[in-house]
Ligand binder design. Structure first.
Ligand code: ADP
Ligand code: MG
Length: 274
């Protein structure tokens, strides 16, 4: 892939939107799979106590003995939480409900906003157990809480899934303000990778109107690729599979492959921080 820094080829992307049900987890799973399919080595960090990314990637609850909770709490190194998936080159650090308690535990810690950044500093380094990882995708919870702040503080870029529905733009301004605040206070290199429109329904006039509004408001930040509403995409997680393994030919899987190549293209244009 183009224009990678030889010093540090790792890129960290946070998938964030404080609204639930907009496609963050679906995008983490399937963009991650698509990036792996084109040769990247991807680590998905499940930072949502719901653990849907872990489940959707086929990680049984019994295989979450060490989870992102333990890693964030400082009880275990990241390498101990990382488990392989059925997708070659794609691994995941799973989460459990324990993460719900982390916010309270972190509240008085001086490094509370930088925990994840410090943890990820070791990824991609020799001997870290994650030496060959080129992309970290962080699946954020549906909230602008301390977990999401940790993700934004650790990320090179944020990728925002936006559902094609009437209230899509409501909430986006607040998210963009939070990104600004994190950039000013915690992480000056934080970029916006892009906004991906999800669950697009071409037969729905409202969907088309939302697309026009969002593109008018956010311009080139919005990817050309839209993820269509597709029943195969919503079925795949119950089989513990990314849609690219479940039904590679379906419109949803093909859209995630196109999104991956747009993401890679944009990464090439972003100056990579040393
Ligand atoms: P979030 O992580 O933002 O809460 P999810 O990725 O869990 O959102 O998606 C919410 C629901 O919508 C899930 O049931 C998921 O299967 C479904 N979904 C997501 N994207 C699509 C799509 N392109 N087509 C159909 N269903 C989808
Ligand atoms: Mg989710």
């Amino acid at each position: 892939s183009p224009a990678r820094s030889p010093a540090r080829s790792l890129r960290v992307i946070a998938l964030a939107n404080q609204k639930g049900g907009v496609g963050k987890t679906t995008t983490a799973i399937n963009l991650g799979t698509a990036l792996a399919a084109i040769g990247e080595r991807v680590l998905v960090i499940d930072l949502d106590p719901q653990g849907n990314a872990s489940t959707g990637l086929g990680i049984d609850r019994r295989n979450r003995r060490v989870s992102t909770y333990h890693v964030m709490a400082g009880d275990a190194p990241l390498s101990q939480a990382v488990v392989p998936t059925a997708v070659p080159r794609l691994s995941v650090a799973p989460s459990t409900m324990d993460l719900l308690g982390l916010e309270l535990e972190l509240a008085s810690a001086p490094d509370r906003a930088h925990r994840l950044r410090n943890i990820l500093a070791g990824v991609g380094e020799p001997g870290s157990g994650t030496a060959d990882v080129t992309y970290v995708l962080i699946d954020c919870p549906p909230s602008l809480n301390l977990l999401t702040i940790n993700a934004l503080a650790a990320a090179d870029a944020v990728l925002v899934p936006l559902q094609c529905e009437f209230f899509a733009l409501e909430g986006l301004s607040q998210l963009l303000r939070t990104v600004e605040q994190v950039r000013a206070a915690l992480n000056p290199r934080l970029a916006i990778q892009g906004i991906v429109l999800t669950m697009f329904d071409p037969r729905n006039n409202l969907s088309a109107q939302v697309v026009a509004d969002v593109r008018g408001f956010m311009g080139e930040k919005v990817y050309e690729t839209m993820i269509p509403r597709n029943v195969r995409v919503s079925e795949a997680p119950s089989h513990g599979k990314p849609v690219l393994l479940y039904d590679l030919k379906c419109a949803g899987a093909q859209a995630y492959l196109r999104l991956a190549s747009e993401v890679i293209q944009r990464e090439g244009r972003v100056p990579v921080a040393a």
